[in-house]
Write a protein that binds this ligand. Sequence first.
Ligand SMILES: Nc1ncnc2c1ncn2[C@@H]1O[C@H](COP(=O)(O)OP(=O)(O)O)[C@@H](O)[C@H]1O
Ligand SMILES: [Mg+2]
Length: 509
Amino acid sequence: MSDYIIEMLNITKEFPGIIANDNVTLQLRKGEIHALLGENGAGKSTLMSVLFGLYQPEKGEIRKNGEVVRIKDPNDANDLGIGMVHQHFKLVEVFSVLDNIILGVEPATKHLGFLQKAEARKKVLELSERYGLKVDPDAMVEDITVGMQQRTEILKMLYRDNEVLIFDEPTAVLTPQEIDDLMKIMKGLAAEGKSILFITHKLDEIKAVADRCTVLRKGRFVGTVDVATTSKEEMSEMMVGRKVQLVMDTAQQKLGESILSVQNLTVRSKRHGKPLVNNVSFNVRRGEIVCIAGIDGNGQSELVYALTGLMKAERGKVYLGDKDISHMSVRERNLCGMSHIPEDRHKHGLVLDYTLENNLVLKRYFDKQFSQKGFLKFNEIRSYAEKLIEQYDVRSGQGPVTVARSMSGGNQQKAIIAREIDLGNDLLIAVQPTRGLDVGAIEYIRKELLRQRDSGKAVLLVSLELDEVLEVPDRILVMYEGEIVGELDPRHTTAKELGLYMAGAQRKG
Ligand SMILES: Nc1ncnc2c1ncn2[C@@H]1O[C@H](COP(=O)(O)OP(=O)(O)O)[C@@H](O)[C@H]1O
Ligand SMILES: [Mg+2]
């Protein structure tokens, strides 16, 4: 009998122009939590998709309990007891939680009889109890939180008696509390004998739950280590191939004049009476990074929408330098000197079906540099895109002509950052710029924010990540229920203190 429940041996998987997995080996022990670590684009999702039968590798073999198996599609994977929670969930929004869990398990489920359905419900409730996976079986998926959708996906695997569970970046979409819960759930699953493959970029999470960790870099296998005896620094060095500075050097800069000034801003949604942003005032000066901190949903998004022109404010003023921009359109604000790295890079950041080069000139194709008498100057656009790609290290399969959709999240984000920073504007608004990215990309982006500050720009950072809030900015403003409840100096603030403000347990004028 093999020590390993699953072995992926010398797997090679190619896509046009890129070798996503190059002779990769991964061995999963029964009952372990095995982390898969690597920068964006390292090939983690591809490797897991091979195991789940979504892709066929060009080379290599897969063994289960020592025996070679063929996994041609997800049904084969399921028959072998392999389940996967994808990076983007695959639930049917207009079905209930229960229906999603039992969907497709047996042909008869299309018209489940009353008794069969009652039995299915019983099994789901038992599983939910046993593993601490709280769900409301009758709620529609479109109405439930992301956390509950994820628990539904996990129940779906358990309902099928899967014993190998793949989690593809499960924490990227969760709140800190939900992440804690998920960590406990994963430990419980492993204690019950399930074998878990856990993709994450977060070294703290690996330290918290994983037994072993396999690292990929640019499609290649770097190594498998024991988590308990390997430091975070060692793992991140394996991942990026050089030493990473996990803590930023943030010397206070000389401050210049006020670039962004917000006065008594109030934003109200039409549906609810309560203001989402309530009488908020602050300013950001040349040479500083001000961070809006807070738990998700306390008005940060709406504040940014009002600042950038995506949403109308009910009251208050916004000045960019000495210009009143309160009533300007999004484009007018851009032209007045506002750059914006948006929260949702798919909705507001990129046109996914455009090429990388067209995305890079999205905000300035109408400049003289790029168009003349209504005609685009394609050569100019190409060489400008090549310059940015080089300068900001944006990696993709086919360079300027790569379709944005096919790029990894980190490289999509780098493209947005390149475009927004190269506009040369005085104000940069960066909303969760490192969300869901790997350590290498996070380090790069945080350093870029510091560089902007040091070159005399004003930076407004909105972040949910505690370490980012404490390490990057010069000043922290905490938002709670639409109001700024505290202004803190990150050099003299602990995570605990910050947490109290974020939870509304403390405030000062
Ligand atoms: N379906 C696909 N077609 C073409 N290229 C792809 C496809 N899926 C992934 N890639 C490329 O393969 C590489 C590895 O991607 P992926 O496995 O998603 O990385 P990770 O999950 O580690 O971020 C990336 O360069 C990505 O652009
Ligand atoms: Mg991935």
